[in-house]
Write a protein of this length. Structure first.
Length: 190
């Protein structure tokens, strides 16, 4: 069932929190609210003292909750997961004279551009400079604790923050000597 999977528990908690917050000071009891949310049989007390205006306001609030629920359920991100899956930190110290080409290929993968000019081989390496394992774990732990402390509301801040801090794009151009060792390095983007 979609709404009971482990990935969707946080949005359901947020949804429950919003519903309770909206109806907290109105003439609706929590048994009725539980019956609405969990489709349980509950003794629902009606209040004959409710006026037409108060019923209308409650209907509008209920409609607002059910219109916002899909937005919360399907557009929620998980900052803990995003922090743990950030790109790894690359060893940029390999960009120095004398480093063999195969070491660059092992660390950075295939070059974005490879060409030969004037008898020399030039390559451009583009990559995302990420974070160390400790930094990623610390960020994930922080986001998890903040989610628990704010009952999931931290996702509103944490998810966009992880989207912004997703590493820096870097680019280096290198040229090789006859032994396929780095001869010259040019930083294109740092």
């Amino acid at each position: 069932m979609l709404f009971l999977s482990s990935e969707n528990l946080l949005p359901i908690r947020i949804y429950r929190f919003l519903v309770i917050a909206i109806f907290k000071h109105n003439y609706i009891n929590y048994r009725k609210l539980g019956a609405l949310l969990f489709q349980r049989k509950a003794r629902i007390h009606t209040h004959s003292s409710l006026t037409f205006e108060s019923k209308k306001i409650m209907t509008h609030k209920l409609l607002a909750v059910f219109l916002l629920a899909p937005v919360l359920l399907f557009n929620s991100g998980c900052s803990v997961f995003m922090a743990a899956k950030q790109p790894d930190k690359k060893n940029v110290d390999l960009f120095r004279s004398g480093t063999p080409r195969n070491m660059l290929l092992g660390e950075f993968g295939p070059p974005a551009v490879s060409e030969t000019r004037d008898g020399r081989k030039y390559e451009v390496f583009k990559f995302i400079q990420g974070y160390s394992t400790g930094a990623k774990a610390g960020r994930a732990l922080f986001h998890g604790a903040a989610d628990v402390m704010t009952l999931g509301l931290w996702e509103v801040v944490g998810t966009p923050a992880e989207a912004v801090f997703s590493g820096d794009e870097m680019a280096y151009q290198v040229s090789y000597d006859k032994d396929d060792r780095i001869d010259q390095i040019t930083v294109l983007k740092k």
